[in-house]
Design a protein around this ligand. Structure first.
Ligand code: 16G
Length: 241
């Protein structure tokens, strides 16, 4: 239903209708969206207007286009609660998804002044620098670079970082208790490398998340920089006044 007499722009009416159908489950992931021509004929509106609506929905991650094939309904975004200090493994398992990691690099390096500052250790002190692609049901979701003092958590190996949860390892193999964290989220645009690893188009929006976790006595445990796919993730927090 498009109301041409409404003060609400036509492209916006169409956009909201498609969005509503996706949210209600009337359109499911993988379903084909009518072509611009079909919409234009059905509603007697210009193809430009339809393109505008569909492009907005593609940008917001509701739809995706495949060259030569058409426009389809995208997978629903993963809704990540912001309260609760959980690991990637726990988050995926609680949704019935298979967590995974693909290693990019694992090194022990001397801490730069910035990393030393974040981890409250001496500059040039040994830190693990671990880069992993985090996967959900084998689909890349985030690119994670983790810094941990090698004097604080001993025995970490690349093997562990691929096959195990970091939080599980810390909790089972050290006396360190992960107690609280600070997290900063900001938006960015995927660069060449990020888009390649996350399997998204260069220039698509991503979210940069920086987490610093602490033990009960306030010792920093990890400093993590992550790049999350904005087309697959959204964050939710419950607020009370
Ligand atoms: C999450 C954390 C990250 C932590 C990792 C441990 C965010 C933004 N980051 O990805 O800081 O190192 O979980 O995951 O949530 P793991 O125990 O599955 O290895």
């Amino acid at each position: 239903m498009i109301n041409k007499k409404s003060p609400i722009p036509i492209y916006y009416q169409l956009q909201e209708q498609i969005k509503n159908m996706i949210e209600k489950g009337e359109l499911k992931p993988g379903d084909t969206i009518s072509s611009e021509r079909q919409y234009a004929e059905k509603f007697k509106i210009s193809r430009m207007t339809i393109r505008q609506a569909l492009t907005k929905l593609v940008d917001e991650g509701y739809l995706y286009r495949v060259k030569g094939k058409g426009t389809f309904v995208a997978e629903r975004k993963i809704e990540q609660p912001l309260q609760g200090l959980t690991s990637f493994t726990e988050d995926m398992k609680s949704r019935g998804m298979k967590p995974g990691s693909k290693p990019l690099s694992f090194e022990v390096i001397p801490a730069s002044s910035s990393i030393a500052n974040h981890l409250a250790i001496q500059e040039y002190g040994p830190v693990y620098e671990i880069k992993r692609i985090r996967l959900a049901d084998d689909v890349p979701m985030a690119l994670e670079t983790t810094y941990i003092s090698a004097n604080l958590i001993k025995g970490l190996t690349e093997e562990i970082m691929i096959n195990q949860s970091l939080y599980e390892y810390i909790e089972d193999h050290s006396r360190v208790k992960i107690d609280q964290a600070e997290q900063i989220i900001e938006s960015s645009i995927a660069d060449q490398m990020e888009s390649q690893y996350l399997k998204i188009k260069k220039g698509l929006p991503v979210m940069l998340i920086q987490r610093k976790s602490f033990s009960e006595d306030g010792t920093p445990i990890e400093f993590v920089k992550s790049v999350y796919r904005a087309d697959r993730y959204r964050f939710m927090i419950h607020m009370k006044r």
